[in-house]
Design a protein around this ligand. Structure first.
Ligand code: ADP
Length: 494
């Protein structure tokens, strides 16, 4: 039986999954990856640990599934985006810890850059709001803080990569230094329209071009896994950042199709086809994974704390024992009794981009109890998503017809129904919610002829459950305006 192997390297774990010709996930394994927090706001990982965890998960998978390398037609890679790795070309040794996407160490530099005369131009060229989130300022930090790093980078002795690039370089034993447009569009160094590194941006951030990978299509053979790793060479044929891979895994290959992932944070993406998106509502313009080499785009909005607020209820407040318990508890009361939680624990993401905002719990009365607070927490995830979707619809000038959902918290039926109610739009949950790994598999399988066309993989997508809006308009808008009032109390940057 032939299979496609998908490697899905996330922030907390590296996963490996096998897909058959019907696009079915037949086996999956994972290995944990650890974060270090050396200072307030700093988040690091060990790049060698990332690689070892990914290799371990893949070998375990093949071993448990009893599959040999010659049965695998292609490998697809998807990854936590923006995380920056810099290593020595000659030895493969990382010169610094991987600086993780969540890391805020370059926030002061980004705040300065955002005030500079170049700011509007940077946003126009990259589609991004200037923020420490993206890789560019992280690379710059490494070049400034590791002795001799900038000179070595200019001399071509150091290489940069996001996690996709790092894994492919390791898988090919240093033969291939490559990325794809979905990842490159998150560096703040790529021109979103042309899909190439932008000389002016490289100059502003002082990043030598010699250290940057080639940008190859998301769905194309870029090299082969060295036989040493799995016992035979396997073509590497798909690359996409996790959110764009999820968009593909949700079979959102056309303009107007949208998905929202409910994990630690929320990431909503709307495909805009070949149309370069320019957000007027502080969302991001980004590359979507293209299957024919022609540029494809998406509008993206991210919420920093979504499922993480449920973890906070469990671990910090002790109001619940498990995340799943939040569902019956929230449903046990008819409403929150006017209680709102704004989980701005690390500031607010799109559309506010307010790093100084902090969380707030308001509207409490003597009758507020545990269930009201738990319900307010789940509702906060839906309200934050509504803000993203409102901004997206305003940018696109049209309403979305349905929202496809995935991620751990999408399992919560109360949350999904409330989301449909508060958006006034149907929510559709697919049968396979491991959409990230699936999307990378699609890209690799399409590049190698394992699947013949986008239409073929679109057909694999199956809804498991559809949630129709059932709330009247007046209630919806009254609840949402209460949320807006709560947000207004915690923002610092109007
Ligand atoms: P990530 O990929 O960001 O690590 P996952 O997609 O694995 O996240 O989802 C995990 C998140 O979803 C956690 O923050 C957890 O609190 C939340 N979560 C998981 N199950 C539920 C549930 N039934 N109800 C609400 N939240 C949940």
């Amino acid at each position: 039986m032939p299979f496609v192997l998908s490697l899905d390297e996330g922030t907390t774990s590296a996963r490996a999954a096998l897909y058959d010709e019907q696009g079915r996930n037949v086996a999956m394994e994972s290995a944990p990856v650890h974060c270090r927090y050396p200072q307030a706001g700093w988040v690091e990982q060990d790049a060698d640990e990332i690689w070892n965890a990914q290799l371990y998960a893949a070998r375990l998978l093949l071993d448990h599934a009893g599959v040999q390398a010659p049965e695998i037609v292609a490998v697809g890679i998807t990854n936590q985006r923006e995380t920056a790795v810099v290593w020595e070309r000659a030895t493969g040794r990382p010169v610094a810890p991987a600086i993780v996407w969540q890391c805020r160490r370059t926030a002061p530099y980004c705040a300065e850059l955002a005030q500079s005369f170049a700011a509007a131009d940077i946003t126009r060229r990259t589609g991004l709001v200037i923020d420490a989130y993206f890789s560019g300022s992280k690379i710059r930090w490494i070049l400034e803080n590791v002795p001799e790093a900038r000179q070595k980078a200019r001399d071509g002795e150091l290489l940069f990569g996001n996690v996709d690039t790092w894994l492919i370089w390791k898988l090919t034993n240093g033969a291939v230094h490559v990325t794809d447009p979905t990842n490159a569009s998150r560096t703040m160094l790529m021109n979103l329209e042309t899909g190439d590194w932008d000389e002016d941006l490289l100059r502003i951030l002082d990043v030598p071009r010699a250290m940057l990978p080639r940008i190859a299509p998301s769905s194309a053979v870029v090299g082969a896994v060295h036989a040493e790793h799995f016992g035979a060479e396997i073509p590497i044929a798909g690359i996409a950042g996790d959110q764009q891979a999820a968009l593909a895994g949700q079979a959102c290959f056309r303009a107007g199709l949208s998905k929202n992932t409910y994990g630690t944070g929320c990431f909503a993406l709307m495909h805009t086809g070949g149309h370069l998106p320019v957000s007027r509502n502080r969302l991001l313009g980004t590359r979507a994974a293209s299957t024919d080499g022609l540029p494809q785009f998406a509008i993206e909005g991210s919420v920093f704390v979504a499922g993480a607020a449920v973890q906070w209820l469990r671990d910090k407040l002790g109001l619940i024992q498990t995340a799943a318990e939040s569902e019956p508890l929230a449903a046990s009361v008819p409403d929150t009794g006017g209680v709102y939680l704004v989980p701005a624990f690390v500031g607010l993401g799109a559309p506010y981009w307010d790093a100084g905002a902090r969380g707030i719990l308001c509207g409490l009365t003597r009758s507020s109890d545990r269930a009201h607070i738990v319900r307010a927490t789940l509702e906060s995830i839906a309200y934050q998503t509504r803000e993203l979707i409102d901004a997206m619809q305003a940018d696109a000038g049209e309403r979305i017809l349905e929202l496809r959902v995935d991620g751990g918290a999408a399992a919560n039926n109360f949350l999904m129904q409330f989301q449909a109610d508060i958006l006034g739009c149907p929510i559709v949950r697919p049968a396979d919610i491991e959409t990230t790994a699936l999307g990378a598999a699609y890209l690799a399988g399409l590049a190698t002829g394992f699947w013949k066309s986008v239409a073929e993989v679109e057909n694999f997508w199956r809804a498991e459950r559809r949630f129709e809006p059932a709330m009247d308009e007046a209630t919806r808008e009254r609840l949402f305006s209460g949320w807006k009032d709560a947000v207004a109390r915690c923002i610092t940057a109007p």
